[in-house]
Design a protein around this ligand. Structure first.
Ligand code: ZN
Ligand code: ZN
Length: 417
């Protein structure tokens, strides 16, 4: 019901047939707070007439109460913040005045050491009492907050509302984090996920994306904690098994990563993310034929997925199938012409099969896009060296031809290459 609409309730007394048109806000009233004209005639609220209002004012009462409560919550929050701030100040001063790192002590001269000792003795008594004093006040404060909290006893409906509110809060925080994840602001996203997890430590969607974000910022230790928590909740979820495999792969723990990918695949044999993970791990373990097999499996599910296309072309290069590797690198470049991995593979293969001019063209394109890439720079040095050697070889060949015009040129070329 919206504000401004007419409120129509029946009088709760069964024998009264009129609408309840009034409310009573007297603190001690034991009659029905909503009542009709007949109730007035019966004198139900006679002893406290000044607390009676027309029912149309009801919204205003609720609204006022809501505003007052929100103000109260805000003031309580300020107290909370003030306490936290004061605590952190105390913590900082304790660190500055009473914690001398041993490494630093060694650098002290006599005067500084003397000062340090004086401070230590001066603050010894104070530090001794801090815990007891603050504990005592904190207990009193906690008792008081607890007492007030318990005044608001929750019935079943309230509990359901509270649970609903929690779900809503968690979802809102998750969505904020997800937005930031989408624009690669991983650290900020993690803050939202952590906040959601403070309300519900088992919120799987927050755990999952937090783990992803932590992997992206290379905080593998915390990423694994989140992934393990997910697996505690559901050890047979391919997605959770796969995020763990992914973190292990990033940590170069390829054999362990394959174990988790295999478990995910035993539950869902078409789990693309797991197949990709496995294919890359096999490549890193130099099991190139197996890597190609699993890359093919992935490509059967999604033929334009860049990840297995890259794994396949790189693995083909490693087993010396340079022409094939170029074909698969081209497939990647057809979809994403700036793909660094494929550009590198293509240049490397072109060098291997001696097509230096093309290698130069692709290398220069790649260097324009990624001027800082060290692999590309090394390839450039390699190509320049080859070119130099070829020029020198050509020059000496020409010298030989000049001296002996009947010398068989093709024979020398064949021997060189
Ligand atoms: Zn009535
Ligand atoms: Zn009353």
């Amino acid at each position: 019901m919206n504000q401004g609409e007419k409120l129509e309730f029946k009088c709760p007394k069964e024998t009264h047939y009129g609408y309840a048109k009034f409310v009573c806000l007297n603190e001690f009233c034991t009659n029905s707070r909503i009542f009709c004209f007949e109730c007035i005639k019966n004198g139900d609220h006679n002893t406290h007439i000044k607390y009676q209002y027309e029912i149309d004012n009801l919204f205003e009462f609720f609204d006022n109460q809501k505003k007052k409560t929100e103000e109260l919550i805000q003031k309580l929050q300020l107290i909370n913040v003030a306490i936290t701030n004061q605590f952190s100040q105390l913590e900082q001063r304790l660190k500055i005045k009473c914690c001398f790192p041993t490494a630093e002590l060694q650098k002290f001269d006599t005067q500084k050491l003397n000062q340090g000792l004086n401070q230590m003795i001066k603050y010894k008594d104070i530090t001794k009492n801090i815990l007891d004093d603050i504990n005592e006040s904190s207990n009193a404060l906690l008792d008081q907050i607890n007492k007030y909290t318990n005044e608001f006893t929750l019935d079943e409906t309230d509990k359901q509302n509270q649970a609903q509110l929690k779900i809503q809060q968690v979802n809102e925080l998750f969505l904020q984090g997800q937005k930031l994840y989408g624009i690669k602001k991983y650290e900020e996203a993690i803050e939202y996920f952590d906040e959601a997890l403070q309300i519900n430590p088992n919120d799987c969607q927050s755990l999952y994306l937090a783990s992803e974000c932590l992997t992206m910022i290379k905080n593998y230790k915390d990423a694994i904690i989140k992934a393990d928590k997910l697996l505690q909740i559901d050890q047979n979820n391919p997605q959770y098994l796969c995020i763990k495999a992914e973190i292990l792969r990033c940590q170069q723990r390829y054999e362990e990563a394959i174990l988790y990918a295999d478990k995910a695949l035993s539950i869902n044999s078409k789990h693309l993310f797991s197949i990709n993970n496995k294919a890359d791990c096999l490549k890193m373990l130099k099991k190139y034929e197996d890597a190609i097999f699993w890359a093919d499996e992935a490509l059967q599910i999604e033929q334009k997925n860049l990840f297995p296309l890259n794994v396949k072309s790189q693995s083909l290069k490693m087993i010396g199938q340079y022409n094939n590797a170029i074909i698969w690198a081209n497939k990647v470049l057809f979809i994403d012409e700036d793909n660094i991995n494929s550009l590198i593979t293509k240049v490397e293969c072109l060098i291997k099969i001696g097509i230096y001019n093309d290698a130069f063209i692709y290398l220069n394109t790649a260097l324009k896009l990624y001027p800082e890439n060290s692999t590309l720079r090394q390839l450039k040095i390699q190509l320049l060296t080859i070119q130099n050697q070829n020029n020198q070889a050509n020059q000496s060949l020409q010298k030989i031809v000049k001296i002996s015009p009947f010398f068989n040129q093709s024979k020398i070329k064949n021997e060189r290459f």
